[in-house]
Design a protein around this ligand. Structure first.
Ligand SMILES: [Zn+2]
Length: 613
């Protein structure tokens, strides 16, 4: 990608959520997104002339279509791969983060940052999803903005606006927004959306052609044309759907999604009476209404269609009234209602019998996702009532034909979804992808982001544990964590040191077994790690081996000098510290007790020449 286009890319490579733009109608929103997308597309290839208008039938037309189809496919891939490459650079990710922070300023609220960190980490650590090898790990910042919004860039940087975090008091609802944004990144929506602009362009020209020729090709292009017209909507629908299941798999309350989509529409302080108007009447909000209704349906299906919220606050189980949610100081009645209902849905989904709920035991609803449900069961009668209704629900799933088949159908769909993700999770961890993770490791190492570097090194190693490079990089990753640790605690972390030694040892063995001679870095690193561990003899052994391979590298002489001093061999210490200085070492690194002898001994090559000539 050319440098001159970078600034343009940066402004447009964001899957900016249109949901905050209240006054813009849906059509305008889509057109706005398409036009900015088209702007971002105008890099790296020359614009092409439109295909010739078709004559009536004949091979000219066939030829035109063939050319057009292959050209469109070429451009589609060109755009897609350019965006993906752009999104796969840790340095660019850092740059976007810096620019966003500079533009808006970070939200300094400790509470906001801790919440986003906690919720996003739970999604990342516990969620069921596959991360593409050419995608970066997620990074995030909460920025100062009054706009109720969040966005994910093509390089998996997620910006979360302070107003949104402040408004969503429930972690489960916040998880809904973050899972939606993560899905944009995981499914590489921006690359797809921009690439589809190409099909849009060609699709419209193909529509003017003779439809009798190559009907099937045309049909597929017309389909694409229609698809592309809904590109943004399709991506949003996918982010909502896959985001919902991601949220559930990470252990959050499925009611978080309806709460988030409703809060999005309400945007804070809209009068509750307006709620129905927006949802039923206002033509400007069909997308919001649809998204809310779909998330409610998904929540109900997650609990095998036993639980319903009516009138935004009354909760029914199998069409029997259970309770009415009330407002709490932190939460509106409707939000509480969906989180209580979502808790029941989660319980029905996760526990296979009513006994497994553990009514009356300390384990009963002992998970943050059940907070709203647990807090609403203040009196025993209500709790007993829930137990009875649940027993009935489980019994329906066994003895009622309709319930039984619904549950079987939903479980089958869930299994298919999960199997598909598991399959991809395994595919992305194949050995051929190790180098992709290795490149991320090197990128984050350069940026000094050692925790991210470690995680990518670990992926590379897991993808190819037989590679001496990935194995050796594991020790580099541990050593970098150790350096961070030392800076903070002024001492080495023994566990990190041992891990660094262990992996280097393993990498050296791989080299020996496979006659690989790229071992200098491993010997030199091992000398350093053994020195940390105060295994001075072992350190010397490896440092001398490193010196034999690369006599011009100064650091190994210093290792031998230091080890010798520690082992009480002053003569050897002076000799090797002198060699260290001779090879361009830093005088300040020589221990004070040796400095006068070392400096007398140390000669540069020029000094040695001068003594003879
Ligand atoms: Zn979105």
């Amino acid at each position: 990608m050319k440098l001159s286009h970078k600034s343009g890319m940066m402004n447009h490579m964001k899957n900016n959520e249109v949901m905050g733009l209240k006054k813009m109608n849906l059509k305008k929103k889509v057109m706005y997104t398409l036009s900015t997308g088209l702007l971002a597309c105008t890099f790296s290839f020359a614009p092409l002339s439109a295909p010739a208008v078709a004559e009536a039938g004949g091979w000219d037309v066939v030829g035109n279509i063939f050319n057009t189809v292959s050209q469109a496919a070429f451009e589609y891939e060109a755009v897609r791969s350019n965006v993906l490459n752009w999104g796969n650079s840790p340095a660019t990710q850092q740059q976007i983060l810096n620019e966003t922070v500079q533009k808006y300023g970070v939200d300094t609220s400790l509470e906001h940052n801790e919440r986003v960190s906690r919720v996003l980490n739970q999604l990342i650590d516990r969620g069921h999803y596959a991360m593409e090898p050419n995608s970066l790990p997620f990074r995030w910042r909460v920025i100062n903005s009054d706009e109720w919004n969040a966005a994910c860039y093509a390089n998996d940087f997620i910006e979360v606006n302070s107003a949104l975090v402040e408004d969503l008091k429930s972690d489960d609802a916040l998880a809904g927004v973050l899972a939606h944004e993560m899905t944009h990144g995981l499914h590489q929506h921006i690359a797809d959306a921009l690439a589809k602009q190409v099909l849009y362009k060609y699709g419209s020209s193909l529509l003017t052609m003779n439809a009798d020729v190559f009907q099937s090709t045309l049909t597929s292009y017309v389909t694409n044309y229609i698809t592309v017209k809904n590109t943004t909507n399709l991506n949003e629908a996918d982010a909502d759907e896959s985001g919902f299941y991601l949220l559930c798999s990470a252990g959050f309350n499925p009611g978080g999604f309806p709460v988030e989509t409703m809060a999005m529409t309400l945007q804070g302080d809209v009068d509750r009476n307006l709620l129905k108007e927006i949802f039923i009447g206002a033509a400007d909000h069909p997308a919001s209404q649809k998204r809310f209704e779909e998330s409610v349906q998904r929540m109900e299906e997650y609990g095998y269609n036993h639980v319903k919220v009516k009138n935004d606050k009354d909760i029914f189980i199998d069409d029997k009234y259970f309770m009415t949610a009330t407002a709490t100081p932190e939460m509106a009645d409707w939000a509480n209602a969906y989180l209580i209902a979502g808790g029941i849905c989660k319980g029905i989904h996760d526990y296979s019998t009513v006994e497994a709920w553990g009514f009356g035991t300390p384990d009963f609803l002992n998970d943050k996702a059940y907070d709203n449900l647990r807090n609403s069961l203040s009196d025993t009668a209500l709790s007993d009532n829930l137990q009875t209704m649940l027993a009935n629900a489980y019994s329906l799933d066994i003895y009622d034909k309709d319930h039984r088949s619904t549950k079987a159908k939903l479980k089958k769909a869930e299994k298919e979804r999960n199997d598909k993700i598991t399959k991809r999770k395994n595919e992305v961890m194949s050995s051929e992808n190790a180098s992709a993770y290795e490149a991320h490791f090197e990128g984050y190492t350069k940026l000094g982001l050692n925790v991210l570097a470690y995680k990518e090194a670990e992926k590379a190693y897991k993808a190819n544990p037989n590679s001496y490079i990935q194995t050796g990089n594991m020790s580099r990753a541990y050593n970098a964590l150790n350096a961070d640790y030392k800076e903070k605690h002024n001492t080495w972390n023994d566990e990190y040191t041992q891990k660094a030694i262990e992996y280097t040892d393993k990498a050296l063995k791989i080299c020996q077994d496979n006659s690989i001679d790229d071992t200098y870095w491993l010997y030199s690193n091992m000398a350093y790690y053994q020195m940390q561990a105060q295994n001075y003899a072992a350190s010397n052994e490896h440092a001398l081996k490193a010196i034999s391979l690369k006599p011009d590298e100064k650091s190994n002489y210093r290792f031998v000098g230091y080890n010798s001093l520690m082992m009480g061999d002053k003569g050897s210490a002076v000799k090797y510290y002198s060699l260290y200085l001779n090879h361009g070492g830093d005088k300040d690194m020589v221990p004070a007790e040796l400095s006068s002898e070392v400096e007398a001994d140390a000669k540069t090559i020029e000094e040695i020449y001068a003594s003879n000539e």
